[in-house]
Ligand binder design. Structure first.
Ligand code: NAD
Length: 492
């Protein structure tokens, strides 16, 4: 599927609580299509009372539905069916995802939906693979650890990959036997409602997977503060992550998993093989989803001798991209999520230029068939570590270029004072690549590639201000389990 008519897409309504759609509440938020600025629906804002209703419902379902106590292979069977239903629903889910987000429908159909399904399948497969241990005690005792779900987990997701980001939260939580109350971003609230409906259809009991709608200040805050929420898992900005951590600390001691922002370096040495391919990789890592990717490779660090050539090739690839709505077949540069966010990107670029940076290309609003907030892929040279565009996460298609003459200098430039989410290293020298892997302070380092594969077994998560804990991998499954220690006196 590579196109659709936005006028004919129906969106699900309200919250999804206890296996039913609930569209109650007088406060509402309009939801806008980023591709053309049209308000196409609204959502109710769950207040503290609605959150209490959803969480109590989830907790009761967790205690009584048998989801936590059934054989893990039974949960696995249901979750495999859930994954199958998601994959089979691509023709409906993909346009629903694309309609109100920045995901071109071709990508949503070919990647987001199948990737969501496969992630659910990965955790279904783990459901009965990880348990406790028998401890090495003396023979008068039997010591063991048991793994148990937490109960009701509060999950909060961002707007940039609405289905995929949500699935990374809910799949390990459900596979481990928890109930989930998920709050999607108020800007992309609808596709996860369909996901929750498909889970119910697959056999996940009512109340085990709930969706609440609303903004961060009212709904998100009430969710993380609710005393029956036993753990919080969040993906979003570093600032919100810190606020959530504070809210959790103020209301108890619940654990948090935080997947936060980044300012990831791409380090290119002069010996990197196939420079044209490297240029395409670098361009794709910052222009994909118009740079609205947590691991966007936003800081290019390049060995001085090839800097000009690489900059030219990247500018050439940027020039090939075609701005357009998520429902058009020829769109390769989707919109920015909102006009205020596009204006923020524009302002950061302008201030960076005013402070001495040079525009190699971009720095403008490109022409597109619809009046959405598009922003041209932009390459800034002449920047320093202090330039605003180098220092701050922009979350747009803006790449800065700095040069280096030695490995030490590359590592010094790569180090960011606040973030440590991901990094790319491009070189033909294996020893050098591994020295960089060792030297870079980041949760993920890609060598001669940039971006994840479908190897869900590899976890993702940041160092420093980029986060706490991991999504994906068995690590995310284990983070959804508590460990109970048992010591039995067995006599003589
Ligand atoms: P955001 O922090 O503004 O919002 C994320 C979610 O948090 C939304 O659902 C929002 O409603 C909610 N929220 C806001 N304030 C809240 C509060 N006080 N309490 C509870 N919930 C609150 O982020 P965003 O703009 O939606 O997403 C972009 C950010 O997400 C970027 O910084 C990006 O790097 C980051 N991100 C990180 C990863 C990762 O895996 N590390 C993945 C995707 C996005």
């Amino acid at each position: 599927m590579d196109r659709f008519d936005p006028a004919v897409i129906a969106v699900p309504r309200g919250h999804f609580i206890g296996g039913e759609f609930v569209d109650a509440g007088t406060t509402r938020i309009d939801v806008t299509r980023p591709s053309d600025g049209v308000v196409y629906a609204s959502i109710p804002v769950a207040d503290a009372a609605m959150i209490d209703h959803a969480v109590q419902n989830a907790y009761t379902a967790w205690r009584t539905s048998g989801w936590a106590s059934c054989a893990p292979r039974e949960r696995a069977r249901v979750l495999r069916r859930f994954a199958d239903l998601v994959a089979a629903d691509a023709a409906t889910l993909a346009p629903l995802e694309a309609l109100g987000s920045t995901r071109p429908v071709r990508d949503a159909f070919n990647w987001d939906v199948p990737f969501t399904a496969e992630g659910i399948r990965f955790y279904a497969e783990l459901a009965d693979k990880i348990g406790g241990e028998v401890a090495a005690t003396d023979h008068r005792h039997l010591g063991m650890t048991m793994t148990e779900p937490y109960g009701a987990i509060g999950a909060i997701a961002p707007w940039n990959f609405p289905l995929v980001m949500a699935s990374w939260k809910i799949a390990p939580a459900l596979a481990a036997g928890n109930a989930v109350v998920l709050k999607p971003s108020e800007m992309t609230p609808f596709s996860v409602l369909r996901l929750a409906r498909l889970a119910l259809q697959a056999g996940v009991p009512p109340g085990i997977f709930n969706v609440v709608q609303g903004d961060g200040r009212t709904t998100g805050d009430a969710l993380v503060r609710h005393p029956r929420i036993a753990k919080v898992t969040f993906t979003g900005s570093t600032r919100t992550g810190a606020a959530i951590m504070a809210a959790c600390a103020e209301t108890g001691t619940k654990p948090v998993t935080l997947e936060l922002g980044g300012k990831s370096p791409q380090i290119v040495f002069a010996d990197a093989p196939r420079i044209d391919e490297v240029a395409r990789r670098i361009a794709g890592a910052i222009a994909g989803n118009a740079g609205q990717v947590c691991v966007a490779g936003s800081r290019l660090l390049v060995e001085r001798s090839i800097a000009d050539e690489l900059a030219d090739r990247i500018a050439h690839v940027f020039g090939e991209l075609h701005a357009g709505p998520t429902w058009a077949a020829d769109t390769t540069l989707p919109p920015i999520i909102s006009e205020p966010q596009a204006a923020r990107i524009e302002a950061i670029v302008q201030r960076s230029v005013a402070s001495g940076a040079a525009l190699r290309c971009g720095g403008e609003r490109p022409h597109a068939a619809t009046p959405g907030p598009f922003y041209a892929p932009t390459l800034l040279t002449g920047v320093t570590q202090e330039t605003e565009a180098v220092r701050h996460e922009i979350f747009g298609p803006v790449l800065t270029l700095q040069t280096f003459d030695s490995e030490e200098e590359a590592l010094a430039l790569a180090a960011h004072p606040d973030y440590g989410l991901a990094a790319g290293v491009h070189t033909a020298d294996l020893g050098r690549a591994l020295r960089m892997v060792r030297g870079i302070e980041a949760g993920t380092v890609w060598v001669n590639r940039y971006g994840r594969t479908s190897d869900f077994v590899i976890p993702t998560g940041g160092y420093k201000g980029s986060g706490i804990g991991k999504d994906l991998g068995r690590q995310a499954f284990e983070a959804n389990l508590r460990i109970k220690s048992v010591l039995i006196d067995i006599g003589q």
